[in-house]
Structure formats: C-alpha cells, structure tokens
Write a protein that binds this ligand. Structure first.
Ligand code: TRP
Ligand code: SF4
Length: 430
C-alpha cells in the first residue's frame, strides 16, 4: 500500500500530478475495471456507459443488492474548503443516481477534514458546508432515505473513528498516506474519521451490516483500501472460501468460535477454525448474524466506484485558487459562458485547418463538459463527436452551444437551490 509515485504519475488523497494512465492505475492500486461488469448494471448511467467511471471494488455486491432489492446504501463526502463546482457535481450525481436505484444515501460534510487539513475555522466550514447541502438537494437528492451530516456533529462517526484507530499504527499510516513527523495528529485522525464515514452506515442504529458503495475520485482509493482492511480487522469473524463452503476464524477471542457451533450447516470444528459447508452467501449471512449477537460489528467490506479526474478548463488540473479553471455551481450563466469561451479545446490553429483535419474531442475540455454534464443523450454526444472529428463543427460554435446548455443548467440549479426546503432533510449539524 505504498504511495503510487512511479513514473510521472502521482495519485494520493491530497495530491494528483502528471498524466494519468487509468489502466496502470487499476493495476497498481489493485482495482477492478468497471467496463467488465457494465452489462450487469441495471440501467447504467451516462458516467458508467461513457467510461468516466472506470474502476471499482466489489461493485458486484451492489448490483446484487439492487437486483434482489435487499438493503444497501451509497455514501460519499465533500470537504467544505472551497465552493462546490462541477467536479463535486459529478459525485453528487452519482449519489443521487444510487439513491434513485433504491439505496439509502449518506452524505458527509467533511468539516473536520477541512478544519484539520486546510485550517478553516468552524464558522467557515459550516457556511460552505451548507452550500454543498443545498447543491446536492437541488441536484435531486430526496429527503426520504437520506442522511446528511457534518462530521463534527456525528457521535456515531466520531466514536467509530476512535475504535477503528485501535487497529492502525504509525508505520501503516506513513506507508499509505506519506505522513511525516511534521504531520499534525488531527490530520492523521481524519483518516480514521473518513474510515468511520464509510463504515458507519452499517452500524446497528443505521440498520446493521449491508453493502455500501462509495463513489469517489481515484485519489481517494488509499482511504478505501485501508477501510476495507479495517472492516475485516475490527470484525470478529474472518472468512476464507474453501471447497464447498467457508473456513471461519475468529480474529478476536477464540471463545467466539464456539458460538458458531449453533450454525445449522454441516461443519467440521477445529481448534483455531471451523469449516462450514453450504452456500457461501448463506453461511456469511448466518455468521454475521451471530457476530451481531455477540456484540461485534460484522462489517461487510465497502464497495467503491472510481471516476476519472476532470481536467480544468484552462488545461491542467482544476484548482480552487484559479476560478477560471472550473465552473462553480454558483457561477452566473454569463460567468460560466465566459469561462467556456476561454477554455482550451482540441481544435486546430485555424478554421481552414480544422475543416481539413478535424478536431480532437478526446483532448478537449469542452467535450469533457458535454460528456460528463451537458449531453446525457448518447446519440447526441456521438453526433457531436463525429462532427468535431470530421471538421464539420468549429470550436466557436461548439462552445456557444456548451455555454447555452451550462447557462440553462445553472439558472435552473440556482432556482432549485433557493427553493429546496432543507427542513425536510435529516441533517446533523452543530
Ligand atoms: N476526503 C474527501 C475529499 O477530500 C471527502 C470525504 C470525507 C469522503 N469523508 C468521506 C469521501 C467519505 C468519501 C467517503 O474529497
Ligand atoms: Fe472541442 Fe467542440 Fe472544438 Fe471539437 S469542436 S475540439 S468538441 S470545442
């Protein structure tokens, strides 16, 4: 679980640099490719269909839960350090989509992280955090089956974070996050807080163990890996598939193993483990039930999806210190239009050249806007791509259309943000 710092690509939760090779990222991080299970997803959304969501871990669990209509959840978080922009909108859209597919939605406003990592005062994190809450509500999150919380206001999260911290030591933190002797304890502790964000939907008070998917940018994968590991470490029983069933060990007191004798499956009992025979899923469910009875967490390792990093409108990455590099959800339509007009494209040096050679949509930040946000209809996007490549469409015209679509979207969003009734939502805030 080293920092991925090979070649020109650097991807950590606090730093993304270089040109990202997604296939390599999948391999080095040990993710799975999303394309391989795309046709199993019922009604995949445009981000999935277009490969913007390129990787996942254990998403099969979520597909099964959707199909079988068994309980599951979606959870993600936002650090309220800068104002919400189109990058955040992508994650918000993912949460909303999963809620519409039947998942319970958990939304964290990571005010503890913003305070510890970015040094923002609490009044600021609250003010900015509420803009994120308004944004996701305006983007379609329904109040039913949704829990929105500021980290600082969730005792469930803070208590679980402390408990999870019993399983993590310094050398592990250093290896995963590259912390040094200068790193503040509070910043280190936010890694436990984030792990607790991810696992707390499975606590008894939130309905108990269930599959939970975390839609995030690939930079958050170190958190996901650690949390998946912690889910196993903190739970009592460990599973290992064997021929015809499961081998089960107790990570805690081996006394607990005795409890498993009451399982109504064929089994062989050994000193250190029990081999249980039958359907693996049924066995896992029964064992988790027993774990809950003896007071354990019985966490299911969380699933995740990974979306691509979006390029800034000015080329390079989006940066909150350069407002012209992204469209803010609070931008006036004219301001967004101006940013789009100045954006870097995959166009050629002259109109004549572009007609002759065609544009390069795969290198174009405006085409990226169309792909992720502005054109949800696949046929329309294909048409635009073909016209660009064929030299029939020139950038000026194309940008004008993007500016119109973005302007219309922002105008409607603004109205929605002003009219959403936050009272209808369950929001934990201090
Ligand atoms: N660290 C994330 C970010 O910087 C925000 C975050 C906090 C988060 N808790 C989370 C993301 C839980 C996913 C799940 O954007
Ligand atoms: Fe980008 Fe549109 Fe120009 Fe093609 S025509 S390069 S998609 S701005």
């Amino acid at each position: 679980m080293e920092d991925q710092e090979t070649g020109s690509m650097k991807v950590t939760p606090w730093e993304v640099e270089g040109i990202i090779d997604y296939e390599r990222l999948i391999k080095e991080f040990g993710m799975q490719s999303f394309a391989e299970l795309l046709d199993k997803v019922p009604e995949p959304n445009h981000l999935m269909r277009r490969g913007i969501i390129f990787g996942h871990r254990d998403y099969g669990r979520i597909i099964n839960a959707i199909v079988n209509k068994s309980p599951w959840a979606v959870m993600s978080g936002f650090m309220p350090s800068g104002m919400p922009h189109f990058g955040h909108k992508m994650t918000m859209d993912e949460i909303v989509w999963h809620q519409q597919m039947g998942g319970m939605a958990f939304v964290a406003i990571a005010d503890m992280e913003a305070h510890a990592v970015r040094g923002l005062p609490w009044e600021k994190t609250k003010e900015i955090g509420l803009m994120y809450v308004r944004s996701i509500a305006a983007l379609g999150l329904k109040p039913e089956n949704a829990i929105i919380y500021f980290q600082s206001a969730s005792n469930a999260v803070k208590d679980l974070a402390f408990e999870l911290a019993t399983e993590v030591n310094w050398s592990e933190l250093k290896a995963i996050y590259g912390f040094t002797s200068e790193t503040q304890l509070a910043k280190m502790f936010t890694t436990s807080i984030q792990a607790a964000d991810i696992l707390h939907p499975q606590l008894r008070e939130f309905g108990g163990p269930k599959p939970v998917v975390i839609p995030v940018g690939a930079d958050q994968d170190p958190h996901i890996r650690l949390t998946r590991d912690l889910a196993a470490r903190i739970s009592v029983f460990a599973f290992e598939p064997i021929e015809g069933g499961m081998r089960i060990r107790s990570r805690k007191n081996s006394e607990y193993l005795r409890e498993l004798r009451k399982l109504k499956f064929e089994k062989n009992v050994y000193e250190e483990h029990i081999d249980v025979f039958g359907d693996r899923k049924d066995i896992e469910n029964e064992v988790r039930q027993i774990e809950l009875e003896v007071g354990g967490y019985a966490f299911i390792p969380p699933s995740s999806t990974y979306h691509r990093f979006t390029t800034g409108l000015t080329g390079g990455k989006m940066s909150s210190s350069r407002p012209e590099s992204y469209i803010s959800l609070l931008d006036e339509p004219e301001v967004a239009g101006k940013k789009i007009r100045k954006a870097i494209t995959g166009g050629r040096g002259s109109a004549e050249e572009q007609r002759r050679l065609g544009g390069e949509p795969e290198k174009c930040s405006v085409f990226e806007l169309y792909t992720i946000h502005l054109l949800l209809d696949d046929r329309e996007l294909e048409e635009l791509r073909d016209e660009c490549r064929g030299g029939k469409l020139l950038c000026g015209h194309c940008k004008k259309r993007a500016a119109e679509l973005a302007g219309k979207f922002l105008k409607e969003l603004k109205e929605n943000m002003q009219t959403v009734e936050l009272d209808e939502y369950e929001i934990a805030m201090k």
